[in-house]
Design a binder for this molecule. Structure first.
Ligand SMILES: Cc1cc2nc3c(=O)[nH]c(=O)nc-3n(C[C@H](O)[C@H](O)[C@H](O)COP(=O)(O)O)c2cc1C
Length: 205
């Protein structure tokens, strides 16, 4: 089994959460059957009611964690209104979880264009055809819109819709969790310090 080769080590003494995240993501890429970059993205609506759904992480570095979506969707509207979100990765085969909380920004036009252009043509057409999270009368209505945009962009470049882009979450909180016997799991929180480093705190499981 792959997971036996991927030892978690003593992550409770680590000082750089970004580097640790990168190592865990690399392990997940080896261990998970599909979508190791899938995460649950939590937002709140204008009444404070929480909302959660899966998205795919497309980039991460010291500037933050990036995913792409339709800005007219529920998540898009909620993030644009609050400027905040939370992410949760769960790698089942590794029995590990990472939680992030932070503020959000919109990626640059150039960054969004570059990612959009890297997607398969069908996905780019799909982005135009889908009014994500709005009521859809029938499957046929969606297929009709796909046919319309396929015809519209039959030749040449498919541009990025202005309402389709990426958000970058800058974490002000990381929590790493690893399963241990008898539910006595390891949990470590990283929060930023004023000098640009990270303070670590262990939590009871
Ligand atoms: C594994 C997985 C990955 C997904 N990745 C994305 C994504 O990267 N971007 C996106 O907009 N929706 C993605 N979705 C669909 C969302 O979960 C959701 O259905 C959609 O974005 C509408 O959410 P909203 O109405 O809360 O905005 C994904 C779904 C799954 C199951």
């Amino acid at each position: 089994m792959v997971q036996k080769e991927l030892t978690v080590g003593d992550f409770t003494e680590r000082t750089d959460p970004l580097q640790l995240f990168g190592e865990w993501m690399a392990d997940a890429e080896k261990a998970e059957t599909n979508d190791p970059n899938a995460l649950a993205l939590a937002t709140v609506d204008e009444s404070g009611m929480p909302d959660v759904r899966m998205v795919l992480l497309k980039d991460f570095d010291a500037d933050g964690f990036v995913f792409y979506t339709n800005f007219g969707s529920a998540k898009g509207r909620e993030i644009l209104a609050t400027g905040k979100a939370s992410m949760c990765f769960h790698w089942k085969s590794l029995r590990r979880q990472v939680r992030l909380r932070g503020t959000t920004s919109v990626v640059s036009e150039a960054e969004a264009d570059a990612y959009f252009d890297s997607r398969p043509r069908g996905s780019r057409i799909g982005a135009w055809a889908s009014k994500q999270s709005q009521p859809l009368e029938s499957r046929f209505a969606l297929e009709k819109r796909v046919a319309e945009y396929t015809a519209k962009y039959a030749i040449g470049h498919v541009p990025r819709p202005e309402w389709w882009s990426g958000f970058r979450l800058k974490p002000s909180y990381f929590e790493f969790w690893h399963d241990r016997p008898f539910r006595l799991h390891d949990r470590v929180v990283f929060t930023p310090t004023n000098d640009g480093g990270w303070e670590t705190t262990r939590l009871y499981p």
